[in-house]
Every structure is written in structure tokens, then in C-alpha cells.
Design a protein around this ligand. Structure first.
Ligand code: M6R
Length: 370
């Protein structure tokens, strides 16, 4: 059932082009407009939404953080992301005009189930983004957008994360279409860029996986790894750190690159591994330039700077001890590509340490207790 791969995780990483394609499939009506068939919330309600709150845990919450950047940019609806267990135990401002988006691979995470109930009690409408048909969270929500990643067996989430991110983009584009924030041709442009993603993931798996594996083997005794990213690269950095903690039991932390000088830079000394996610180079904006200067800052303090950058960004080679190239895409869609090398790195490093990558210690696939 592992499809010839040594672990479920390895198989699921390779399933990602298909998972992304399947989550995108069948979302268009005959008129070429985006349609979300399981979206059973009334259009007039969706048009009047004045705030979105995404609730989720772990990796699903990082998908939510990517969603915040996309939804606010495309729809101009204020969007917050909150860990479900925090949301549930405070007194959040939720009204009938709040749209709560609950993201969960399993649909059974008790913290998220309780947060959904908490939101609905206060009159909010809840949309579930879920990978498990008929599970508790979609059953208890007002609408659902299923991800079509297929069953995810490995404890560490990989293909479910990418398909959650895709589902969040679809939701954002749907709301933008409905509320008239974007013209149809702009939406079509983003959708056609999304259609190129499966082939680009394939290229990472074919072209870069061996380089990452060799690198992970060389670094299997690493004690601590820091991850830096800006904008949508920030949740990618946190996801990379979570994967490394879960699988390889290595201390890892993800930071917003801009936060570096506010404290974390004190952690950097000779040889500290820092993995930096460089934003899309399209347009070469100030965001891109800022991250390049972050690489130089850590490098100047002796860090072992490892960079995830787009193909063609050869200038980073001057400052980095290793560069993993990913194909080019737009800034907002970049997490669908930049995450993949980080998943492979964590898996291969854990494998080099002879650890069980499918079933890491102390963890359950679905956390059904609060
Ligand atoms: O099933 P869910 O998406 O609700 O699970 C949420 C988290 O428990 C899950 O993403 C967890 O963080 C993974 N082990 C991450 O790899």
C-alpha cells in the first residue's frame, strides 16, 4: 500500500501533485466561473460577511495562516487565524456576520470540534475545509469544502497541508468572485497559475529530492535548526520547523524574518543552521530584497545559511552554503512549492537517524482528546 515507497510519508509526499490537481478538479461551472458545490451557505450571507476567523491546529493552522494573506489580499475581508484550543477558551468577538473556517485533515480533532461548536453557539456560520468525508467537523458545519488529497496515513501531514492551502485559495477566489472584488479574468489568471502547480511539484520531486536527501544525511547530527520566512514564507518556515520536530526530534523554530533583529538573532553563532525561505522573485519587490538581506545578516554571524529559492536566483549562492531551487510562481502561491523541500528534508533526516517517520513517538494521527 506504500506504492513501492519506503514509508507512507514518502508516498504521500509523492502523491502531492495528484492531491493538488484533485482538490482543484471540478470547481468550474459551464460559464467558466468558480463553483463550490458543497458550499451550502447562502450567497447573501457570504456577501455580508465582515470578518473571517480561521480555526485549526498544527499544520492545518499554518494552512490557515497562508489563507489569511490570500483572502485579505483578494477579498479585503479582515481575516484572523487562531489555534482552535485558544479560540475556544476565550471570549472571541464573533457575530452573525463572522465566517469561521475550520480546517482539519481528519475532521475529528477535538480541539477544532469544540471551537466549531463555540463559534456556532454565537451565531457564526462555519465552513469546514476537511479531507475526511462525513467526519464530525463537516457534519457540524454549515458548509464544507472537501480537500481531495486521499487518505493520509503518516502522522506528519504533507499532502493534506498542500490541499488545504489550495482549498483556502479556492475559498478566497470564490468570495472575491461573489463579492465582486475581482474581475473574472483576474480570477482565471490565478486559477491557471494554480493549474501549473502539480507539474512544478513533480519537478521538485524529480530534480531536487536527491540533493535534499544527501544534504539531510550529512546533517543528521544537527542539534537545532532555525527557519525564517516573510509574508507567506513565514507559515512555511513554521511548517518546516514543525516537520523537523515531529519527525527528527530536533529542536526547531520558525520565525518571521523581520523578527530576527528583535531577539532571535542572539541565537545565531558559528555553524547554526538557518533555513531561509526566499519569496517569489516575480517583480523583485522589497519583500524579496529584505529576505536577501536577512540571509546576509545571519551569514555575517557565522550561520550555515540554507536557502529555498526560485530557479534562476543564482545570486543567493554567494551567501548560502546550500540552495534548494523550486520552480517559479506568484508570491501568494509559493507555499505550495517552498514547503516540499522542507518536508523531504525532515523525512530524510529522520530516516538517516533511523527513526520511524510514519509513526513518530508520542504522536497520534488524529488528536481526539482535548
Ligand atoms: O486532522 P487535523 O488536520 O485537524 O490535525 C491537526 C493537527 O493535529 C495536525 O496537523 C498535526 O499538527 C500534524 N501531526 C502535523 O504534521
Amino acid at each position: 500500500e506504500k506504492g513501492g515507497f519506503p514509508s507512507f510519508m514518502d508516498k504521500e509526499i509523492h502523491d502531492q501533485p495528484q492531491a493538488v490537481a484533485d482538490t482543484l478538479r471540478g470547481r468550474f461551472g459551464l460559464d467558466g466561473r468558480l463553483q463550490l458545490s458543497e458550499m451550502t451557505i447562502d450567497e447573501t450571507i457570504l456577501k455580508s460577511v465582515d470578518k473571517i476567523v480561521v480555526i485549526a491546529c498544527g499544520t492545518a493552522a499554518y494552512a490557515g495562516q497562508v489563507a489569511k494573506y490570500a483572502i485579505e489580499h483578494w477579498c479585503r475581508i479582515p481575516t484572523e487565524v487562531e489555534l482552535a484550543h485558544e479560540f475556544r477558551y476565550r471570549d472571541p468577538v464573533v457575530t452573525e456576520k463572522t465566517l469561521v473556517v475550520a480546517i482539519s485533515q481528519s475532521g475529528e480533532t477535538m480541539d477544532t470540534v469544540m471551537a466549531v461548536r463555540h463559534a456556532r453557539e454565537q451565531g457564526a456560520k462555519v465552513i469546514a475545509i476537511c479531507n475526511t468525508f462525513g467526519s464530525t467537523i463537516p457534519r457540524e458545519s454549515d458548509g464544507v469544502l472537501y480537500t481531495h488529497a486521499g487518505p493520509e496515513i503518516a502522522v506528519a501531514s504533507t499532502k493534506a497541508f498542500l490541499s488545504q492551502v489550495v482549498a483556502c485559495y479556492l475559498l478566497g477566489l470564490y468570495l472575491a468572485q461573489l463579492r465582486g472584488n475581482k474581475y473574472n479574468d483576474e480570477i482565471q489568471l490565478i486559477l491557471s497559475e494554480l493549474e501549473t502547480i502539480p507539474g512544478k511539484i513533480e519537478r521538485i520531486l524529480e530534480g531536487t529530492k536527491q540533493q535534499i536527501t544527501d544534504f539531510a544525511i550529512r546533517h543528521k547530527d544537527e542539534q537545532s535548526v532555525l527557519f525564517l520566512g516573510r509574508h507567506v514564507g513565514y507559515p512555511v518556515a513554521m511548517e518546516g520547523a514543525l516537520k523537523l520536530k515531529e519527525l527528527a526530534y530536533i529542536h526547531a523554530e520558525g520565525f518571521a524574518a523581520g523578527e530576527l533583529k528583535h531577539g532571535p538573532i542572539a541565537l545565531i553563532d558559528e555553524g547554526q543552521m538557518v533555513i531561509i525561505v526566499v519569496p517569489s522573485s516575480r517583480g523583485r519587490d522589497s519583500l524579496h530584497a529584505k529576505v536577501l538581506s536577512n540571509i546576509q545578516e545571519v551569514r555575517a554571524r557565522g550561520a550555515n545559511a540554507v536557502v529555498i529559492a526560485e530557479e534562476g536566483e543564482t545570486e543567493v549562492e554567494e551567501f548560502a552554503s546550500e540552495v534548494f531551487y523550486v520552480p517559479e510562481t506568484t508570491t501568494l502561491l509559493a507555499p505550495l512549492l517552498a514547503t516540499v523541500p522542507l518536508q523531504i528534508f525532515a523525512m530524510e533526516l529522520a530516516t538517516a537517524k533511523d527513526l520511524d517517520v510514519d509513526q513518530p513517538r508520542n504522536l497520534a494521527k488524529s488528536v481526539t482528546v482535548e
